[in-house]
Design a protein around this ligand. Structure first.
Ligand code: SF4
Length: 300
């Protein structure tokens, strides 16, 4: 989370929540949600006011002890299915360099250890590793997947690195959230290589139960869909951004898609999310979204 902006405070979150109807699933992401002091209270507000049953927290895994405490409290006090998505960008050296933190890989490992233990008492807890595939880690994905299988023993998903510049959004609709290092972006002519590396990983994992084979097949289908979308500059199915999925940035701007510019802030309209969501401006953005494409699987 960016420290230079003034985040919505808890009392403001309560106002947002009271103005919203039921929410099927809440994803808490952007920077490091675990750092947010009132995280548990915020979640509680949405569970109580909006009947949220499914919560996903994305974490960079740099705060294992804090994650351990937070997950335990959520599971002990709230009736929700909780998923923890941990980012892992490569083998130890690559991950530490990409995260710019010595020991970052070991901390992810510690997070997994904690979550494994919690899951024994709380089977509703789900946790998995997400690797953002980029130019730096492409060649080590197979080795990384073996490491994850051997030492973490949890689901391992792949996302193509994304950037507004790689989407089909018109330039004037794109936000500035490009990766810090443009070199990490994967050229379209490398996409076949990406697919073949992930195909090999999934094939080697598709053993054991039919449930596992099915799960692996669905991961591969997701990757194939993302790659096809980028190559063909077209989505086969309509993107759900702005239709079933939308979001709020920490300082209160509402967004339909996380790669699109968002200018309207909840603070300016007395925290009435629907006023922005149902506005003419948002409807115009939806027209753009209907023609759009990118590799982001969260919005599909
Ligand atoms: S998430 Fe949807 S709207 Fe956003 S860039 Fe991707 S395809 Fe376009």
């Amino acid at each position: 989370m960016n420290k230079t902006i003034e985040h919505l405070k808890l009392n403001e979150m309560i106002k947002v929540s009271k103005n919203l109807s039921d929410i099927y699933s809440l994803l808490i992401t952007d920077g490091e949600p675990i750092l947010r002091k009132e995280l548990i209270q915020i979640i509680k507000v949405f569970v109580e006011n909006n009947n949220v049953k499914k919560i996903t927290i994305n974490t960079n895994g740099l705060l294992p002890e804090k994650l351990n405490d937070t997950v335990k409290i959520i599971l002990e006090t709230l009736p929700v299915q909780l998923s923890i998505s941990i980012n892992l960008d490569g083998l130890p050296k690559t991950h530490d360099e990409l995260r710019n933190t010595k020991g970052a890989f070991l901390k992810v490992s510690k997070c997994v250890d904690y979550l494994k233990k919690i899951r024994i008492s709380y089977p509703v807890l789900n946790y998995y590793i997400v690797t953002t595939v980029n130019n730096r880690n492409l060649k080590e994905l197979e080795e990384l997947s073996k490491y994850v299988d051997k030492f973490f023993g949890c689901l391992h998903l792949f996302e193509l690195i994304r950037s507004p510049s790689k989407s089909c959004l018109p330039e004037n609709y794109r936000n500035e959230f490009n990766p810090r290092d443009e070199e990490l972006l994967i050229d379209d002519n490398k996409l076949n290589e990406v697919f073949s590396i992930i195909f090999n990983i999934i094939r080697s994992r598709s053993i054991g139960s039919w449930q596992n084979a099915l799960r692996q097949a669905s991961i591969l289908t997701g990757v194939e869909y993302a790659i096809r979308s980028v190559k063909n500059k077209k989505l086969k199915f309509k993107c759900q951004a702005g239709f079933k999925i939308g979001g709020i940035y920490p300082a209160g701007e509402v967004f339909l898609c996380e790669l699109m510019k968002s200018e309207d802030n909840l603070r300016d309209i007395n925290y009435r999310f629907e006023e922005i969501w149902k506005s003419k401006k948002s409807d115009n953005m939806r027209k753009i979204i209907k023609q759009c494409c990118c590799s982001n699987s969260c919005f599909k």
